[in-house]
Design a protein around this ligand. Sequence first.
Ligand SMILES: [Zn+2]
Ligand SMILES: [Zn+2]
Length: 98
Amino acid sequence: MKRITCRYHCPACHGHFSSVNAFDAHRVGDHATGRYCDEPADDERFTALSERGVCRMHSVERVGVAVWTLAADLQRARQRSGGNLFAPFEAGKDREAA
Ligand SMILES: [Zn+2]
Ligand SMILES: [Zn+2]
């Protein structure tokens, strides 16, 4: 059972993101009015790579978190990998710890 891992953790809203693009996209607003965090679940630009991802950004591992990516990025990744949409996110370090 492979797991999706949080790569870019937001310290403000504790959102979990698989790419820096997705992380950047959830930070909205301008510097004049203040930047704030968008809610990925309410934004169609985002899609959850997994609803049962893993976040190791804390001292205690958290399992069962939603890890977000950009829908457009996922589409591109899926095309590159010939249909296996999770392949680009299943590098060695995402395997279960021994
Ligand atoms: Zn955030
Ligand atoms: Zn996280």
